[in-house]
Design a protein around this ligand. Sequence first.
Ligand SMILES: [Zn+2]
Length: 370
Amino acid sequence: MSVPHVPVHVKGHVLLDDDREVGELWVRDGRVSLTRPSPQGSAARVLEGWVLPGLVDVHCHVGLDAGGAVDTDTAAKQALADRDAGVLLVRDAGSPLDTSWVHTRPDLPRLARAGTHVARPRRYLRDYGLELDDVAQLPETVRVQARAGDGWVKLVGDWIDRDLGPDGDLRPLWPHEVLAEAVAVAHAEAARVTVHAFSEEVVADLLAAGVDCIEHGTGITPELMGEVAARGIAVTPTLLQVAQFEAIAQQADAKYPVYAARMRRMHERRHQQVRDLYDAGIQLLVGTDAGGTIGHGRIADECAELVAAGVPARDVVAMASWRARAYLGFGAVVEGSSADLVVYSADPRDDISVLRHPTAVVLRGRVVLG
Ligand SMILES: [Zn+2]
């Protein structure tokens, strides 16, 4: 499984962040060097093209598929599919499988785990998360998950309440004071909190509780977007997931017409919603929501959707790479940093579809693709 370290010369347009581009760099013993090696230190491999720091999928469930937890072999294959699509850093957004072993596999992407989703019985997808019978268990559960993960906790903030019969619709899962206490517990454990949020109703509670990040965000109203931006709360639009809302509405039409109508409205508005979030100055993150019903390795499709929504490709590339790395606390590409790089044949800032076909992937200094 282990690919040897060979010296690599990377050249062309090496984009390091919003302001820095260099014409070449070298990879030696797994590390980036911005200084030309001595003549005898010739590179065994030359990779040329448009080069980005490894892509980041911030909403990606390694260890989960449509039926719940998968076995470790399947989880590793999921992570390899992400890697070969150029994703070298994953923040999972909840996984029922303990994937801490991924850290020991140098061939797999870096992983920032959020522990297991925290939900309530019948208020989320079955077999995905922890289901608390009593909402008062939330703060202590969050403490356990914060300690089990890598600095993130994932809460389910809203879901359809089927107990309302034909009036069944999205409703918050947690009383606001319990939510606020749980977020405070996570922060005391030095963990950040991200929350699944489809509806409008849950957003004010999330803001009052001081959450760090919002997943999906289809219900963030223009009136609240300014506050989301001012608080530095990042939002992951997960457009591949929201594209499925029309199909969800069709399934729900007969039994839950109110819910179906709402899902349909949010589906129709999805591109405008993302443009509004972007225009409000909110930090957007790129997340595929792979691992439930969406396959792994689709970051390029999510990026293309964001561009289709109206976010400039230049920003989408930054959001999918260096800005997300910084947001998650992973360093920039600098002298001596571990070499995580993806190479393309053209500039993805001019044509986002270029992201579909990386010509080479370098992970921890090893050429793992190309
Ligand atoms: Zn998800």
